[in-house]
Design a protein around this ligand. Structure first.
Ligand code: SAM
Length: 304
């Protein structure tokens, strides 16, 4: 265990201190997005128990990690997420990223259990295009919209709409999406995401510099986030963030995130798979050293 009263943080050999945990809680998903990176790991349907999740988060928070994001797969396929949330230590930020198809009936119970906010994946406002990107059943798009409304009502805000930009598929919808998000006042923010091409889909790769310069032209103010030095543009009062992970040394140099796979492995980097640290059967006493080991394996994927 960490010694009482001593504040140890997890800093890697590149001077990057881990402040956030991105934890996949299941590999199962009810959609099949054409570009999905599956958080860089398939755990063959093994899922951590509530106790394992809580122990990992507890130990991380003793190391000063104060932000947690649940991901997947689709995290809302886990029916015990509220039970997990209710047992977590106090943290600055507890969020999850979801496709929102199952959010309508869960938003209030998630909020009541301690979830602070949600990121919702929505790449298009066109139901037919939505079906072709996500391979979903008819009617799913409406469920997502209902989920967004419910999340706003439940106060899971600010909600970020995650829109992965796909050339000639949805890159003409940025303005419509800005109108959609700003129609919720400050409760919904647009987060544009550069495609990480895990599936050999070069036809969908966008020109990020071009997009960035059009955001720059349209913006009245730019803010820079600590995580990954991501830029936020203020455009007509709306916030638009552009996440550019591809070939971006600044992104990696400012990465403060450690990942946990659904089957209970600490994963130092989305793009690296041969350096995982298995904590699925670790006791709480063993966890601190395993965290230190994982952090010692953190290397910026992209560096100059
Ligand atoms: N099912 C949940 C969801 O839809 O948000 C969580 C899992 S999903 C893998 C998490 C986020 O990763 C989503 O916002 C998705 O858009 C993003 N994502 C998935 N594949 C990506 C890729 N190849 N490039 C960039 N972002 C990607």
């Amino acid at each position: 265990m960490l010694s009482a009263g001593k504040e140890e943080v997890l800093t890697d050999s590149y001077g990057r201190t881990v402040r956030s945990l991105r934890m996949s809680v299941t590999d199962r998903c009810n959609l099949d997005c054409i570009y999905c990176h599956n958080e860089g790991h398939i755990g063959h349907n093994k899922e951590m128990s509530i106790d394992t999740i809580v122990n990992i988060v507890d130990v991380a928070s003793q190391f000063g990690v104060d932000r947690l994001k649940f991901s997947g797969g689709e995290p809302l396929l886990r029916k015990d997420l509220e039970d997990v949330l209710a047992r977590l230590p106090g943290m600055k930020d507890v969020s999850l990223t979801t496709n929102a198809t199952l959010l309508r009936n869960r938003a209030f119970s998630l909020k009541d259990s301690g979830l602070k906010r949600v990121n919702i994946s929505l790449d298009t406002l066109d139901p037919d295009k939505y079906r072709s990107i996500t391979n979903c059943k008819k009617g799913t798009f409406d469920k997502v919209l209902d989920g967004i409304h419910e999340a706003v009502d439940a106060g899971l805000t600010p909600i970020k709409i995650n829109m992965v930009l796909l050339k000639d598929l949805n890159d003409n919808e940025i303005e419509d999406m800005m109108d959609f998000t700003s129609s919720y006042g400050g409760d919904v923010i647009l987060q544009l995401i550069e495609l990480m091409d895990f599936r050999e889909l070069p036809q969908y790769r966008i020109d990020s510099d071009e997009i960035e310069s059009s955001l720059l032209d349209a913006s009245s103010e730019i803010r820079v986030r600590e995580l990954h030095k991501r830029k936020k543009y203020i455009i007509n009062g709306a916030e638009v963030e552009f996440v550019r992970p591809v070939d971006n040394t600044e992104f990696c140099a400012n990465c403060n995130r450690l990942r946990v796979t659904a089957d209970g492995k600490l994963k130092p980097c989305l793009l690296v798979s041969d350096n995982l640290v298995d904590v699925s059967h670790a006791s709480k006493e063993e966890l601190p050293d395993l965290f230190r080991l994982a952090v010692s394996r953190r290397v910026p994927y992209c560096r100059s």
